[in-house]
Design a protein around this ligand. Structure first.
Ligand code: NAD
Length: 340
């Protein structure tokens, strides 16, 4: 059986990544859409041969509860709309995939998690890297201590934004933040799977060089994280320059990915001369198949909702540190919280 997915929000990520990936998935398929734009409803229905009863707008979305052909609702809207639509999807009895960043704040993340628990539906984050082989290799190196105990991670996730300065990503009310919530979550994730631990404290700095363009949201942030083992991480995120890598130093060597977090193909190498080389597949395809397999066969949920909440706790602490002039903020995240 293949599970039916409905995409909510037909912007660039749905159009150019998720819908094409859903043409190749084994455990799920594109069954429906939810859009506020009537012309998109028509063109998508035609392009993907969607049944008329599987096409919704934001107003009639809640009637999706009566649609047996939709098993999973995938929320791909601006960040400020994630909580509302994830909670409504859960109340409609549908499993939920929520795009990153999970929500506007930790309280909203908790509301999504509890709505899914209450409705007894599964919740996954749109963290595609957990399903792809380079990231899984990193996790295995860390777990097996192939290069010794991890002592340091450097992670960068950034691109240069030059488009419309009024786009939703640069509007705090719709995005919840700038580079940190958009790209920084990848660097936070790299620090966590690069060490295999949740951080215990963080200190952060903000840099602003184009305030006329970034009127409302953070442009560049660096942060240092401390981990229970003594490992440290330095992360950088920006909407002002391009950077995409992770480097992990252990007591016996190092490994790195560059690029580390784009749609791939990723690439990596190690201190003992290995070139990491895995066949390229759509990360989105792997991610959605993994989540559907979690529902169908009980396989591990590789990016559970708690992972999204954990990252939002760290995001909030980074903003708090900046607001307090770079003060170190203690984190109280349980040891395994948010891990798959
Ligand atoms: P986008 O701007 O291309 O699309 C946003 C969609 O939301 C559009 O269809 C738009 O019509 C709709 N929308 C509804 N209400 C809106 C409003 N008030 N303002 C603006 N748009 C509104 O954005 P996107 O790049 O598709 O991103 C959507 C979500 O997916 C975001 O949460 C983003 O962080 C996430 N995303 C994740 C990845 C990933 O690799 N996991 C990649 C890209 C985007």
């Amino acid at each position: 059986k293949k599970l039916g997915i409905a995409l909510v929000g037909l912007g660039s990520y749905s159009t150019y990544q998720l819908a094409p990936a859903l043409q190749d998935t084994k455990n799920c398929y594109l069954a429906g859409i939810v859009t506020g734009t009537p012309s998109k409803a028509i063109s998508w229905a035609k392009k993907y041969s969607l049944a008329e009863h599987c096409i919704y707008n934001y107003e009639n979305f809640d009637t999706i509860k009566d649609n047996k052909d939709i098993d999973i609702v995938y929320v791909v809207l601006p960040n400020a709309m994630h909580a509302d639509f994830c909670i409504r999807a859960a109340k409609a009895g549908k499993h939920v995939i929520c795009e990153k960043p999970m929500a506007m704040n930790v309280a909203e993340c908790e509301q999504i998690i509890s709505a899914c628990k209450k409705a007894n539906v599964k919740l996954g984050m749109g963290y595609r890297l957990h399903s792809e082989p380079y990231t899984q290799q990193v996790q295995e190196f860390v777990k097996k201590k192939t290069y010794g105990d991890v002592t340091f991670v450097s992670a960068e996730a950034a691109y240069r934004s030059t488009g419309n300065p009024d786009q939703w990503r640069l509007n705090r009310e719709l995005s919840g933040g700038g580079a940190l919530v958009n790209m920084g979550v990848y660097a936070i994730q790299s620090a966590i799977y690069g060490t295999g631990e949740n951080p215990i404290s963080v200190a952060a700095q903000e840099f602003s060089t184009r305030p006329e363009y970034f009127k409302d949201t953070d442009e560049t942030i660096t942060a240092q994280l401390n981990f229970p083992s003594g490992a440290i991480a330095n992360i950088t995120t920006s909407h002002n320059f391009s950077a995409n890598s992770m480097y992990v130093a252990g007591t016996n060597g190092w490994f790195k990915l560059q690029p580390a977090n784009n749609y791939g193909p990723l690439s990596g190498s190690t201190s003992d001369g290995k070139i990491l080389d895995f066949p390229h597949e759509s990360q989105q395809k792997l991610q959605m198949d993994d989540f559907a397999s979690h529902i169908l066969h009980g396989s591990t949920n590789l990016a559970p909702g708690e992972m999204g909440k954990r990252d939002m706790i760290i995001v909030s602490a980074i903003y708090e540190s900046i607001a307090k002039g770079g003060k170190t903020i203690r984190l109280d995240i349980p040891k395994d919280y948010g891990f798959a």
